[in-house]
Design a protein around this ligand. Structure first.
Ligand code: BGC
Length: 751
């Protein structure tokens, strides 16, 4: 498409924003002896195939076809022209030759079966060490949906990477490591390595990743990203690891709410297992926090904090506010994030007062067993304490204490999605308690009707020659038309993920959808290059919802320009284990940052009239055998960890559509789960948008309709629905309820 027609898709402004976000989400893990930023004129040698075959993001729904991808040679090439560094050409030629030969032999350069690192000729390394001051090694990783990562040679280095790291660090006094990865990886080999004084966790940073890395390493940008996942000493240290590969038909979430830092900060001795804690990230400059004022009014706690740049570089700081609730009878994590705020860019000497707030109710715990009050969010009596700082570990206690005089029910809910095969769960002291099991059923009884939230205003549709209500409009569908309406339609235009169904006779158009979290994903044969944004985890590491909202709006404009109405993002499952193959598409191990980032993206997307699809609802934390895998989880962990992000996104951003997941929760497919969709999503949170399945799922559509899952993507089973209607297993009212929600979502898209 020529520029004249193509005004925003892959445009310069969007690509600039992609680079800006990339710079903001990279996390400086180590910088001994102020190795970084590189001094002017530093002679560098770039090692690692990823410095040439730079990995911009993962595969599947999180892939993007874009015009180009900038690697580290591109980034440092620009810096070389500016006189900032001198690049060792011989090392670059070695990688170019290797990659060319492998490519010519038809080998996969980037992908899950990609070629290994080449074994470095020692002479090349020795010569490069003679001629250069600093080695920069890139370690890169790729993963994609449908498969999980592996511990050996993925979380940990491959043999060939070990060989490269040893060869380079033996020859060079100083090696800077760049991690071009989409998820948690081993950090123990570099944490205390003298010859690796600096490490940048650069993530998979989109099409401008190589430029952003060079910006940071050369000091043109001060790093300000902070970890949104805990980097533990070994893979085995994560509480989910022991049982992750036990079965491919179930996963027992024994660790309960103690996921990520909630585990490492709470369990006796577990703190020692952490290499880099949640919230951690270095800067080139220094900040001081002062004048902390906290108060409570009308159930809202506010915190104002003055942040001063007391160093010598411009930079941004993230202020993180954690709380600890009394242990009480339920047990609590030692720390939980309750608010955060990133400053603007502050020059040396400059300061800014940031304001944060959250509800007292947000500190309540879900009492699934009725230790205080069954199925209620409760605030246990005692002192709630607060910690402010720039990581969960460094946060210091604030003088302010909020006291709850007596156990208080913050919200009475009901028991939903309870476990039937999870015998025990972890408590705050690391011991386990037995969990009562409900009888195993394959779908939930539908005997508890849900009152759904109605749309704010009556929405009118064009009937035959007059405006009519949605009820009147739906009444015009024949039974067969209703059944057909509940499945997807084939692609239209450039869409490649099918359309939400239309209904030609009544003038309802097919509604084209598109992936996905890292940008508008179109098939390359259309020749439309779109903007490839950094992966979601990097975006979360910005701790800057404003930039994520801008990306949401920018990406959605690209959809709009290409005639697409639904962007299948934000993806927002929790990083329960480092091995989940889709972690790069998801934000964090923490539900608050997940929810805030997802809400920001959703707001941005919908601000331009495109629908977002918050996915995958819920507990889709494993890709192996994903459509048959049962996430066995307690009601408390489900609500406090795995649903919390969705709850925040729904309540703050009102997404017009939500996609259920492939997996099962406690024995029931999410798309068939009345408890999950009608009970929690619609009944408790007031969601009045449209719910779709994930693509190609083969569940029983009759149960899906009954559960409130409105549309089966990318194809429905109209014959199955008709048969159920005829047999009386399904009523016309069941189908109409789905059709109305679908039509109301279309109205919001301006259709
Ligand atoms: C993925 C979804 C994606 C859909 C359409 C599925 O395989 O799980 O995230 O949006 O395909 O591509």
């Amino acid at each position: 498409m020529s520029d004249a027609v193509n005004k925003v898709t892959g445009c310069k402004e969007h690509i600039k924003l992609s680079r800006e976000a990339a710079c903001e989400g990279m996390v400086l893990l180590k910088n001994d002896g102020n190795t970084l930023p590189l001094k002017k004129g530093t002679r560098i040698a770039l090692f690692g195939k990823g410095s040439v075959a730079y990995i911009k993001g993962g595969g599947g729904s999180g892939d993007v076809y874009c015009a180009y991808v900038r690697n580290l040679y591109d980034g440092f090439g620009i810096k070389e022209k500016e006189g900032k560094v001198i690049i060792n050409k011989k090392v670059g030629e070695f990688y170019d030759d290797y990659l060319k030969k492998e490519r010519d032999d038809g080998k996969e350069i980037i992908g899950i079966h990609a070629i290994p690192e080449p074994i470095l000729p020692r002479k090349l390394v020795a010569k490069a060490a003679e001629e250069s001051d600093v080695a920069i090694i890139t370690i890169s990783r790729f993963s994609t949906e449908g498969t999980d990562r592996k511990e050996e040679g993925d979380f940990y280095l491959t043999e060939e990477e070990w060989d490269m790291v040893s060869a380079v660090t033996e020859a060079f006094q100083k090696t800077v490591l760049v991690l071009d990865v989409g998820g948690m990886v081993d950090s123990s080999y570099f944490m205390d390595a003298d010859r690796i004084p600096a490490v940048l966790l650069a993530w998979q940073a989109g099409m401008e990743g190589g430029l952003a890395i060079a910006d940071i390493l050369c000091g043109d940008v001060t790093p300000s990203g902070k970890l949104v996942d805990t980097f533990a000493g070994t893979f085995a240290d994560y509480p989910s690891s022991e049982h992750f590969e036990e079965s491919d038909v179930y996963i027992n979430y024994y660790e309960d709410i103690y996921v990520g830092y909630r585990y490492f900060e709470t369990m006796p001795m577990a703190g020692e297992l952490v290499n880099y804690p949640f919230g951690y990230g270095l800067s080139y400059t220094k900040f001081e926090l002062s004048d902390i004022i906290m108060a409570e009014k009308d159930g809202v706690i506010t915190a104002d904090v003055r942040v001063a740049n007391v160093g010598t570089y411009d930079g941004k700081q993230v202020v993180q506010l954690y709380y600890s609730a009394p242990q009480g009878v339920l047990g609590k994590p030692a720390r939980a994030l309750c608010a955060f705020k990133k400053t603007d860019t502050l020059s040396p000497g400059e300061s800014q007062t940031v304001h944060m707030e959250f509800k007292v109710r947000d500190m309540a715990s879900f009492d699934d067993l009725g230790k205080i009050q069954k199925s209620a969010y409760v605030l246990e009596r005692g002192d709630y304490r607060f910690y402010i700082g720039d990581s969960v570990r460094d946060a210091f206690e604030v003088e302010y204490i909020y006291t709850v005089e007596k156990d208080t029910v913050a919200e009475q809910l009901s028991s939903r999605c309870s476990p039937c095969k999870l015998p025990r769960r972890m408590l705050a002291d690391g011991t386990y308690e037995p969990l009562p099991q409900r009888e195993e059923v394959f779908y939930y009884p539908l005997n508890a009707p849900i009152t759904e939230a109605a749309p704010a205003d009556p929405v009118m549709f064009d009937g035959v020659g007059k405006k009519i209500s949605v009820d009147g409009f739906v009444a015009q569908f024949t039974d067969r038309e209703l059944c057909e309406f509940m499945g997807g339609d084939p692609n239209v235009g450039v869409s490649n993920t099918s359309c939400f169904s239309g209904m030609q006779r009544l003038g309802v158009p097919s509604v084209p959808t598109a992936d996905g979290p890292a940008g508008l994903r179109l098939d390359s044969h259309h020749g439309i290059a779109t903007t490839a944004w950094p992966c979601a985890t990097l975006l979360a590491c910005t701790w800057n919802p404003d930039i994520v909202e801008k990306i949401g709006a920018a990406g959605a404009k690209e959809l709009k320009e290409n005639g697409l109405n639904v962007w299948l993002t934000p993806a927002m499952n929790i990083h329960r284990t480092p091995l989940c193959g889709r972690n790069f598409e998801y934000f964090s191990e923490d539900p608050l940052i997940t929810g805030k980032m997802a809400a920001a993206k959703a707001r941005g997307i919908q601000s331009v009239g495109v629908a977002c699809s918050a996915k995958h609802f819920a507990a889709n934390n494993c890709e192996t055998n994903r459509i048959k895998n049962d996430s066995r989880v307690s009601e408390r962990a489900l609500r406090e960890i795995y649903l919390k992000g969705f709850e925040i996104c729904v309540k703050e951003a009102d997404p017009w559509t939500i996609m259920t997941s492939y997996n099962i929760i406690n024995g029931i497919h999410t798309a068939e789960s009345y408890d999950l969709i009608m009970g929690i999503l619609r009944g408790e949170w007031g969601f009045n948008g449209m719910v779709t399945t994930d693509w190609g799922i083969k569940n029983n559509q009759v149960r899906e309709v009954k559960a409130g899952n409105d549309m089966k993507m990318h194809q429905g089973y109209p014959d199955e629905l008709m048969e159920a209607l005829e047999k009386g297993e399904l009523s016309r009212a069941d189908l109409e309820a789905c059709a109305k929600r679908i039509l109301l979502a279309y109205k919001r898209m301006g259709l």
